[in-house]
Design a protein around this ligand. Structure first.
Ligand SMILES: Nc1nc2c(c(=O)[nH]1)N[C@H]1C(S)=C(S)[C@@H](COP(=O)(O)OP(=O)(O)OC[C@H]3O[C@@H](n4cnc5c(N)ncnc54)[C@H](O)[C@@H]3O)O[C@H]1N2
Ligand code: MOO
Length: 413
């Protein structure tokens, strides 16, 4: 086959749809874990609260529990006189039940006594003696009180299956008394770097050689987005070595990522290797994206194999727009799960071809009231571009560039 014929006009969205179809049979494994192992992991079950939180009406201040209506009209010159009937201790249920005109001392977080519905803050009270309390300010019903079930209602869904756990979510699970939960097991993602010139980071390099950036940048991406990276090292650019490496990787992982060797060149074997490994094989070679055009998208025996371009920036961009959604699908996350997206004004004109999505590395700058996206220009072989930028601005395929001052969507790394 003429290798150029492989460069297809299929869009990233179409490729994602095709991949999704191939992944319909993918059933992630589920594992149980403690809360402190669950940060940034994906919930495999809906969490329903077994209790009202708080389980009792609770004071939010240090002061005196009262019946609000007993304080109505109170002021510094005309305080409400209340009878102090006792003190509520932290963490204990009280026997006190307030009658009209009575108050009980209460700490922040203490349980309100029966028949009280508000708390007067300590600083608005004066004790005349051991039993007479002057309230110098009125309180409304429910003032300075968190009601039973106000935080989380018994029987309500606290967190949904597919949700990625943030620190506050771990806190909410702890609040409702759940400390072991079912999580989706991260998909294992093999990462292979190819190229005779690529050397491990610890080696000294001879002229013509470069250190392996992609294994590290791509494994980092896999970790960041919820997968388990399985780095497979550097493979020389010949059919046999690549075949053995991809075959071994397919057996031990749910997805294989290769980098390098995807463009049309004499040494490029990725496509041939994939085609000889099984069906359906290569689905697309070439995407209308810049950077990242020479991407290979394949499926073998239900497992995606993505040939990322060798240039590190291109490999990272294709990871973000294509591989990340696949990992999200495998985890049961929403497909568009990603970084924070903001709108910013482009600081200069950027040209782009219609029919192609462009991703521009940008720095974000606050200028007065407005956020500006300043392109970090440079070739897609320069990793420093990614280091210096804050995110990617997307120019959609229907546009021919953006003008200075035009709003663009930026996804922050
Ligand atoms: N005649 C053409 N040449 C190229 C085209 C084209 O359309 N026609 N496309 C260019 C684009 S765009 C890209 S991107 C690259 C893609 O190249 P490959 O995916 O085949 O990868 P290689 O040729 O092996 O490497 C490209 C470049 O990246 C360096 N590289 C590769 N792997 C790593 C790694 N793990 N760590 C650091 N650097 C890596 C490699 O040394 C090369 O410099 O092709 C263009 N050429
Ligand atoms: O598409 Mo290449 O991936 O621009 O550098």
């Amino acid at each position: 086959m003429n290798p150029l014929a492989l460069f297809s006009a299929v869009t990233v969205e179409q490729v994602k749809e095709i991949l999704k179809k191939h992944l319909e049979g993918y059933k992630p494994e589920i594992e149980e874990a403690n809360l402190l192992q669950a940060y940034n992991r994906v919930l495999a079950e809906d969490i329903v609260s077994p209790e009202d939180i708080p389980a009792f009406n609770r004071s939010t201040v240090d002061g005196f529990a009262v019946r609000a209506r007993d304080t109505f009209g109170a002021s510094e010159s005309m305080p409400a006189l209340l009878t102090l009937v006792g003190e509520i201790r932290m963490g204990e249920q009280t026997e006190i039940k307030l009658s009209t005109g009575e108050a009980a001392k209460i700490p922040t977080g203490g349980m309100l006594p029966e028949c009280s519905d508000a708390v007067v803050m300590l600083e608005y009270t004066q004790l005349m003696d051991d039993t007479i309390l002057c309230a110098e300010k009125p309180v409304a019903p429910k003032e300075n009180v968190v009601e039973k079930g106000e935080d989380i209602k018994k029987g309500s869904v606290v967190l949904k299956k597919g949700h990625t756990l943030r620190p506050q979510d771990l806190g909410a699970l702890a609040a409702v008394g759940i400390d072991r939960i079912k999580l989706v097991k991260p998909p294992a993602v093999s990462v292979i770097s190819t190229g005779d010139e690529i050397k491990p980071p610890a080696s000294s390099v001879k002229p013509g050689e470069v250190r392996d950036i992609n294994t590290y940048a791509i494994c980092g991406e896999v970790m960041k987005w919820g997968g388990l990276p399985l780095p497979q090292g550097i493979v020389r650019d010949n059919f046999e070595d690549l075949y053995d490496a991809v075959k071994a990787a397919l057996e031990k992982s749910h997805m294989v990522l290769l980098s390098g060797g995807s463009s049309v060149g004499a040494r490029d074997h990725t496509v041939k290797v994939i085609e000889s490994l099984g069906k359906p094989g290569v689905l697309a070679h070439g995407l209308p994206v810049k950077p990242g055009k020479p991407t290979v998208v394949a499926v073998v025996d239900g497992k995606p194999i993505i040939g990322l371009p060798g240039h590190p920036v291109s490999a990272m961009v294709i990871f973000e727009i294509l591989v990340r959604p696949i990992i999200s699908t495998m985890l049961g996350r929403p497909e568009d799960f990603g970084g924070t997206r903001v709108y910013a004004r482009m600081s200069r004109n950027i040209a782009s071809a219609a029919g192609r999505q462009d991703f521009i590395r940008v720095k974000l700058e606050q200028r007065g009231e407005e956020l500006w996206a300043v392109p970090v220009l440079g070739k897609s072989g320069l990793i420093s571009n990614m280091v210096e930028s804050h995110g990617l601005a997307r120019i959609p395929s229907e546009k021919q560039g953006v003008a200075e001052g035009e709003l663009v969507e930026v996804e922050i790394y």
